[in-house]
Design a protein around this ligand. Structure first.
Ligand SMILES: *Cc1c(COP(=O)(O)O)cnc(C)c1O
Length: 414
């Protein structure tokens, strides 16, 4: 019997079967078809490696104490500890932590916080500004902020309009900044993925541009929302991408790496001004958002263990070492005509395969994925953009396996 499971972002007509994964350890996933090297951190969530012992132990211990509790009427220690821990390490100026369950919901919460803030001002603002090629999630609100294309066409009638800034391509950054200067005058918020746009194709821009965007927002009282769902927890070489640019956002979205990638949990951090705009004897000013599993205690315990790992282990050293290892291995592809745009931001490396039709629907991405899967490497190119985003604990020899497979793909597909 064929499986009743409907997989995400999957064209089932073209993907007849899936390896069954049964175990994870470090960078490896064991499946019924053999071992896979997880070079994309299982969709960008795994930071330290699969099943870090401290996170596993924390999950087990918490499951023995409290599984789930309503978070509107009650609080619990894991959630309190994680919130305090996050405020300590987050960019300066953030004072409150709102929990949810996924990156998409953390962004929905951010957008609602921004609108809620402005709704309680004398001159309300409602418009959102976002970047070309942005990705902020797959719910209706986050799709609205994200780039429009084949992924959103059927849902277009439901999406709200945003002001779209051109991506700050090298040499054309001023265009983006000039457009923001006009748009920010009466906008509620700008939302960005700091330093690197992930799903849009691993497009990178420098900290100076991020800083310039934030400064324009500040001058115009436009809220600055940093979607660090992917970049948070070290991906770009610093704990948060914003820190590299000396930027303090008004709202910060975190998810993927928050639990080390072990369990779903998200957090939206905000400034005292945003919290206080909702703080009132008037119940109509309440922040009306919740989900059943807000601040699930087991997920919070995993996040607390993750924060302890960041405190106690040389995670930043591993990140710096991984960045250097990635850079060394990218070197052989620079100047190779079969590849272009060889680039890196912290632990994330990316390069574009030279093909006649790089469009998403041209299907080079799935062909490449299948090619890598055959070689025991889990990679999931975005069209012709191959990227390597492994867990931080990957060894040099393991990373070589990934890059040898990429070189082989270059030989086969160009
Ligand atoms: C993955 C991602 C999201 C959505 O997170 P989910 O947990 O998949 O809902 C939002 N923003 C960015 C930048 C992401 O990379």
């Amino acid at each position: 019997m064929s499986s009743p499971v409907w997989h995400p972002f999957t064209q089932h007509a073209l993907t007849p079967e899936f390896p069954v994964v049964s175990r994870g350890e470090g960078v490896w996933l064991e499946t019924d078809k053999g071992r896979l090297l997880d070079a994309i951190s299982s969709w960008w969530v795994i930071t330290h490696g699969h099943r870090h012992p401290r996170i596993v132990a924390a999950i087990k211990a918490q499951a023995d104490q409290l599984d789930q509790a309503i978070f509107a009427n009650l609080t619990h220690q894991p959630a309190e500890d994680v919130a305090r821990g996050l405020i300590e390490i987050a960019p300066r100026g953030l004072s409150h932590v709102f929990y949810s369950d996924s990156g998409s919901t953390s962004v929905e919460v951010a957008l609602k916080m921004a609108l809620g803030f402005w709704n309680n001002q004398i001159k309300p603002r409602t418009r959102i500004i976002a970047l070309e090629h942005a990705y902020h999630g797959d719910t209706v609100g986050t799709m609205s902020a994200g780039a429009r294309g084949v992924f959103t066409t059927p849902y277009a009638p439901l999406l709200f309009d945003v002001v779209r800034l051109p991506f700050p391509h090298a040499g054309r950054e001023q265009e983006t900044l000039d457009m923001l200067k006009v748009a920010a005058r009466d906008a509620a918020a700008l939302i960005v993925e700091p330093l690197i746009l992930g799903a849009g194709g691993m497009l990178m821009y420098p900290p100076e541009v991020l800083r310039a965007l934030a400064i324009i927002c500040r001058r115009n009282s436009t809220l600055f929302i940093s979607d660090e769902v992917m970049t948070g927890f070290g991906r770009t070489g610093t704990l948060f991408a914003c820190k590299q640019a000396g930027v303090s956002p008004d709202i910060l979205c975190l998810a993927k790496g928050l639990t080390g990638g072990s369990l779903p949990l998200a957090a939206t951090l905000c400034t005292p001004e945003i919290f206080e705009a909702h703080y009132s004897q008037d119940r109509s000013r309440t922040f009306f958002h919740s989900s059943s599993f807000t601040a699930n205690p087991i997920a919070c315990a995993a996040a607390r263990a993750n924060l302890e790992i960041w405190r106690d282990e040389p995670v930043m050293e591993r990140i710096t070492a991984l960045g250097a290892m990635q850079e060394e291995r990218l070197e052989r592809f620079r100047g190779d005509p079969r590849f272009s745009n060889v680039r890196r931001q912290g632990t994330i490396a990316a390069l574009d395969l030279t093909v006649a039709d790089p469009g998403y629907l041209a299907g080079i991405g799935p062909k490449l994925s299948a090619f890598f899967l055959d070689r025991g490497i889990l990679l999931r190119p975005l069209g012709n953009t191959i990227y390597v985003m492994p867990p931080y604990g990957i060894t040099a020899a393991e990373l070589d396996l990934v890059y040898d497979a990429i070189a082989a793909a270059g030989a086969k597909f160009t």
